[in-house]
Design a protein around this ligand. Structure first.
Ligand code: P6P
Length: 335
């Protein structure tokens, strides 16, 4: 395959489809460069004094790892000066981060989980960065949290970087999904997959089984059917995978099919789920749908949910179309 860099890919997308305004192209390139720096820091591990706790908590009340804080700072610093952004929001920050007045303000809003799967950092299991791009509606200079509260279907772009055996950047601009692999010798992102398509069928589910007794009946029934295998109503045996890093689980599903579930459970009955809508579920839902899959909260399309709060959570069921439809049907029946 002729080596196509991220820059060439974006220029050709702009030329062919005219769908990448200059500010958006700069945004993607800046985020990709930040992810490269995060990949290098992650890859150092104990050699780089980046492991362990930062001794602080984030807005979710979770202990921050050093790499959580480092990754957040890398993304903030990389995106402040370019004139492409009006503001940023992060899982690691209570409120939105405005572009400082000394820099020009752009028309985009960037949201990110700078390092998803932090519990896996210290045990050398794949982790990742997830990002979502919205357009700032209205052309006054002021930006508030309310500007971010748009349904995921309004995203201009979304992507993630998975720091695993390879570092891979997966991206959608609303016209299919492309994947880039980091060439550490040249330091460039090289196009390795274009037009990623998710199989409609799968025999592999991804859920944290230790929560089984806490699930609502529809989820319990779906998993029971999978576990009954070929002797049960599904007529086939299922496999299970759970990495504990959404980026790693979603990347596997994009690569070979599967269904990922993080549903509501009785451990926190007042929360709709564990995962965050704006910077985890929405970007992943955009990517999965662009690859031919589905993403719902068990009942409605994740991308149609109108957010009420920046850090709100959501139930997530995403992946191979036929499995997500099965989970939805069980919810509609009341399980
Ligand atoms: P559990 C990581 O902390 C995360 O937000 C997702 O990346 C992952 O899918 C999920 O939580 C894992 O949660 O409860 O299995 O540890």
């Amino acid at each position: 395959m002729k080596r196509v860099s991220l820059t060439q890919y974006l220029v050709e997308q702009q030329r062919e489809h005219g769908r990448i305004p200059g500010q958006l192209r700069l945004l993607i390139e800046v985020v990709a460069r930040a992810c490269k720096h995060i990949a290098i820091a992650v890859n150092k591990g104990a050699l780089g004094d980046v492991l362990g706790s930062a001794g602080s908590q984030n807005v979710q009340g979770e202990i921050q790892k050093k790499l959580d804080v480092i990754s957040n700072e890398v993304l903030i610093e990389a995106n402040e000066w370019g004139g492409h952004l009006a503001a940023m929001a992060s899982e690691e920050m209570d409120s939105i981060h405005l572009v400082p007045n000394r820099y020009p303000q752009g028309e985009y809003l960037l949201l990110f989980d700078p390092l998803d799967g932090s519990s896996n950092i210290d045990v050398n299991v794949s982790i990742g960065t997830i990002f979502s791009v919205l357009r700032k509606i209205g052309h006054t200079r002021g930006v508030s949290e309310a500007d971010f509260l748009q349904p995921g279907r309004q995203q201009a772009a979304a992507g993630y970087c998975v720091y695993g055996p390879q570092s891979m950047l997966v991206l959608t601009l609303g016209d299919g999904v492309a994947a880039f692999t980091l060439d550490r010798e040249t330091g460039s992102w090289v196009l390795t997959q274009a037009g990623l398509q998710l199989p409609d069928e799968t025999a592999e589910f991804s859920i944290n089984m230790s929560n089984l007794r806490h699930w609502a009946p529809p989820v319990r029934r779906y998993i029971d059917e999978c576990l009954e295998g070929r002797a049960g109503p599904r007529g086939k045996d299922f496999n299970m995978r759970w990495v504990g890093s959404m980026v790693a689980d979603v990347h596997r599903i994009l690569s070979r099919g599967g269904v990922f579930l993080y549903p509501w459970d009785a451990r926190q009955p007042d929360q709709p789920g564990k995962l965050r809508l704006m910077y985890e579920a929405n970007p992943m839902a955009f990517i999965v749908e662009q690859a031919g899959g589905l993403a719902t909260n068990g009942r409605e399309r994740i991308l149609d949910i109108v957010p009420a709060r920046l850090h709100e959570r959501v139930s997530v069921v995403l992946g191979s179309r036929h499995e997500v439809l099965r989970v939805n049907a069980l919810h509609a029946e009341g399980g």
